[in-house]
Design a protein. Structure first.
Length: 471
């Protein structure tokens, strides 16, 4: 068994029933072993959370928030250690890994300041009506491999402050930062309040269907999100689903092409395009099309792709073999349907490296335009009529995010209001804030993360309707 990484069950750091390899995507070679839980350990973790919930839920919110604040402080103190491990298992450059770690610190800190005060709906001499919120119970927190640490904080921050106990399950290709956090948290939280198990995608159904789990918070693909909803249906579990996106960037005809192209490129290619709210397709007025395409291609050709632990690297590898194969297949198909003007071939080296790839003159019905590529491949499409364009953008089954770029902010806001997405940014991208709720439309999800609404997702509202007794 691995001496370095342990599961966390009921306040004990333990080995798994077996173990599996964790691959460094920059080399394609295993660099660590991860303990693998079996169904008995899953059940033990849920039972521990259920037992711990009794005391944790009745602990004052000030004390719970203080513990979450302590988690933030402890994570920040070991930020460099976490960031190096994150780069090794996920692939992103070290500076971006540090941004993720510090983002996680900010999320925990923000939720440690949140409170669940009663809401007075009506109060007069005859009656008092209050909305009071209580924790749900055991929460299953299931996280993906693109931002394994920050997205875990999105879930455990509000869940713990609200008074729930948690069983967390990270993606099997990026489990190690979660396990490192588990060891850190075990020194701060009461036993059983946070439990962490790992699998190879074989325990998800049992966890989401478990009768003692009251809520599932899942971030991942839309296809898996549908399975989570199905598993939750039998016991009517609460679910928060943050799923896939096919976010459009709409360029209006009054932009500074060079300045906007640089920002749109980053909005698409950060984390090698492996972001649910990354720009997945770009629409440019025909009058600016050639200039904009050329600007993006020039930027793409200048990017340094390599091992994220090496100085000067701007883009790391794709995170795993399966995603690498998928992206390579999309590039191959796109080359036959459109014109590849930058990148286009995987790099001939160890690891899962694909250079930033720009494709122009590709039809709307191509997979690269219709589906979520989740990689560094970006289609550029032309338009002439803005009303028709909005119909094209909204035809997607997804509705997670998007962006509008214009020299006229009010004009851009008017366009943004017509886009069927949970979040639309104007003249910026990936502007995530712990105090601002984030949610999806259509098949991009249900419920909210972050902000007050994200905290409310982990509570049950109760209406207390009291009538004054007459003398």
């Amino acid at each position: 068994m691995s001496a370095g990484f342990k599961l966390l069950i009921d306040g004990r750091l333990v080995d798994g029933a077996t173990e599996f390899d964790v691959i460094n995507p920059a080399t394609g070679v295993s660099f660590a072993k991860c303990p693998k839980a079996d169904i008995a350990q899953l059940n033990e973790a849920v039972a521990a959370a259920k037992s711990a919930f009794r005391a944790w839920s009745t602990t004052s919110i000030e004390t719970r928030a203080e513990k979450v604040s302590s988690l933030a402080t402890a994570l920040e103190a070991r930020a460099e250690e976490f960031a190096k491990l994150l780069t090794s298992e996920q692939g992103k450059p070290f500076n971006q890994a540090m941004q993720e770690v510090m983002g996680g610190v900010s999320i925990l800190s923000a939720f440690s300041r949140a409170r669940l005060d009663d809401k007075i709906i009506r109060e007069n001499v005859d009656a008092t009506i209050i909305e009071h919120r209580t924790p749900l119970g055991v929460v299953a927190a299931i996280t993906p491999w693109n931002f394994p640490l920050a997205l875990l904080m999105n879930k455990i921050g509000p869940a713990l402050v609200a008074g729930n106990a948690v069983v967390a399950k990270p993606a099997p290709t990026t489990p190690l930062t979660t396990l490192l956090f588990a060891a850190l948290a075990n020194e701060i939280l009461p036993a059983g309040v946070l439990n962490v198990i790992c699998d190879e995608n074989d325990l998800g159904a049992a966890l989401t269907a478990h009768p003692d789990v009251r809520k599932v918070s899942f971030t991942g693909s839309t296809a898996t999100g549908k399975k989570v909803m199905g598993a939750a249906a039998d016991t009517i579990k609460r679910v928060t689903l943050e799923l896939g996106g096919n976010d459009a960037a709409i360029i209006l005809d009054d932009v500074d092409v060079a300045a906007v192209a640089a920002k749109v490129f980053q909005s698409a290619m950060a984390n090698a395009g492996q972001i649910c709210v990354a720009t997945k397709r770009v629409y440019v007025p025909s009058s600016l099309y050639n200039e904009f395409c050329n600007a993006l291609a020039t930027i793409a050709d200048s990017v340094v792709v390599g091992n994220g632990l090496q100085d000067g690297v701007q883009m790391g590898p794709l995170q795993n073999q399966k995603q690498y194969d998928k992206v390579c297949a999309i590039i191959h198909e796109s080359a036959s349907l459109g014109e590849v003007i930058a990148g286009g071939e995987p790099l001939k080296r160890d690891g899962y490296f694909v250079p930033p790839t720009i494709v122009r003159n590709i039809p709307d019905d191509a997979a690269l335009v219709r589906e979520e590529q989740f990689g560094p491949v970006l289609p550029i499409l032309a338009y002439d009529d803005l009303d028709e364009l909005i119909d094209r953008v909204n035809a997607s089954a997804y509705g997670l995010g998007g962006s509008i770029w214009s020299g006229d902010v009010q004009r851009a806001i008017g366009v943004a209001k017509r886009i069927d997405s949970g979040t639309v940014w104007v003249n910026q991208f990936l502007a995530m804030d712990p105090d601002i709720p984030f949610r999806g439309s259509k098949q991009s999800g249900i419920g909210a993360e972050l902000g007050e609404e994200g905290l409310f997702e982990y509570t049950q509202p109760h209406i207390i309707n009291a009538l004054t007794v007459s003398a």
